[in-house]
Write a protein that binds this ligand. Structure first.
Ligand SMILES: [Fe+2]
Ligand SMILES: [Fe+2]
Length: 283
C-alpha cells in the first residue's frame, strides 16, 4: 500500500459527485442576500433542504475523517523524530478511525432518515486534503482542531435543529457524535502541544495552517456569533476540547471578519447592479 495517497485516488463509487472546494467557497450565491440569513431557522423556507445538504456534508466529512486518521496511522514511521508519529498518537488516531467508521454509518442512516440519498449533494474533499499534509502536526491543526472543531459547532447546530423539530433520532444521534468529536479535537489539542513543546516555529506554522482553514470555513458568515449565521461557535464544547479562551476569541474574530467580507462583497454587487439599472434607464 502506498503512503501519502493523493486525493484523486480516494475510493468512491459512481454515486459520489466531486466538487472543488474553491467552487463551494467562492460560489457567488454565498454572498447573496438569501445566504446572509439563517437557512436553518425553523421559519426559513428552505430549512429542510438546507439541513439535508448539511447532513450530506457531514456524511462525506465523516468518510474523509476516517480516511485521514487511518492515513496518519500508516503514512509515518512510528517514533519521536519530527517526520515520524509517536506510537501513542497512532493509537489515538486508530481510536478515531473506530469512531469515524461509526459516524459514517450513523450519518448515512440519518441522511436517509431526512429523505436524502448518497450523491444528492456534491462532495468537496478539503478535509482529506488537509489530512495529506507531510507534517503530522499540521494534520492535527488542519483536521483535528480546525475541521473537527467545525464539526463540534455544526453538530451542536444540528442537535438543536432536531430538538426544535421534536426529532429525537436526529437530536440523540448528533449528541452522541458530538461527544466523540470533542474527544477528537482534544486529542488534536493535546498532541499539538506535546509535539511542539520545544519547537515554537513548528507550533506557529501549525496554528497558521489552522487559521487559514478556519477562515475558509467561516465564509460568508456560515459560522459566527451573528443571529443570521446558521452555525454558532459552541464555546463550552470548544473549551472541553482544549481551546483556550484566547483561541476562542480569535475564532470569533475570524468569523466576524468573514461575515464583514461577505457583507462588503454583497454591497459591491448591489452598487454595481444599481449603476447598471441607472445607465439602462438613462438610455
Ligand atoms: Fe466524526
Ligand atoms: Fe472526528
Amino acid at each position: 500500500m502506498k503512503r501519502m495517497l493523493p486525493v484523486a485516488e480516494l475510493a468512491r463509487d459512481v454515486r459520489f459527485q466531486h466538487v472543488r472546494v474553491e467552487d463551494t467557497v467562492f460560489d457567488p450565491r454565498n454572498i447573496s442576500p438569501a445566504a446572509q440569513t439563517n437557512g436553518l431557522a425553523p421559519t426559513a423556507v428552505n430549512a429542510s433542504d438546507n439541513a439535508r445538504g448539511l447532513m450530506h456534508g457531514i456524511f462525506v466529512g465523516e468518510i474523509q475523517a476516517l480516511e485521514g486518521a487511518g492515513r496518519t496511522c500508516f503514512d509515518f514511521d512510528t517514533g519521536d523524530a519530527r517526520e515520524q508519529a509517536p506510537f501513542a498518537m497512532k493509537l489515538d488516531m486508530a481510536r478515531q478511525c473506530w469512531d469515524e467508521a461509526r459516524h459514517v454509518e450513523i450519518s448515512c442512516k440519518l441522511a436517509e432518515h431526512m429523505g436524502s440519498e448518497i450523491g444528492e449533494f456534491a462532495e468537496q474533499t478539503l478535509l482529506y486534503e488537509a489530512a495529506c499534509n507531510p507534517d503530522p502536526v499540521l494534520r492535527l491543526t488542519g483536521v483535528n482542531r480546525a475541521l473537527e472543531g467545525l464539526a463540534i459547532d455544526v453538530f451542536t447546530t444540528m442537535k438543536n435543529f432536531g430538538t426544535t423539530l421534536s426529532d429525537p433520532v436526529l437530536e440523540f444521534c448528533e449528541d452522541w457524535m458530538l461527544a466523540d468529536e470533542v474527544t477528537h479535537v482534544k486529542m488534536g489539542s493535546d498532541w499539538l502541544r506535546r509535539l511542539t513543546l520545544k519547537d515554537p516555529d513548528r507550533l506557529k506554522n501549525a496554528l497558521e495552517f489552522q487559521r487559514s482553514v478556519d477562515k475558509l470555513f467561516s465564509f460568508g458568515g456560515f459560522r459566527g456569533e451573528h443571529d443570521e449565521s446558521p452555525v454558532h461557535l459552541a464555546r463550552n464544547f470548544r473549551r472541553l476540547a482544549g481551546f483556550s479562551d484566547d483561541e476562542i476569541a480569535e475564532l470569533v474574530d475570524i468569523a466576524a471578519q468573514a461575515y464583514a467580507d461577505a457583507q462588503a462583497q454583497q454591497q459591491i454587487q448591489a452598487d454595481a447592479a444599481a449603476a447598471v439599472a441607472v445607465a439602462a434607464s438613462a438610455n
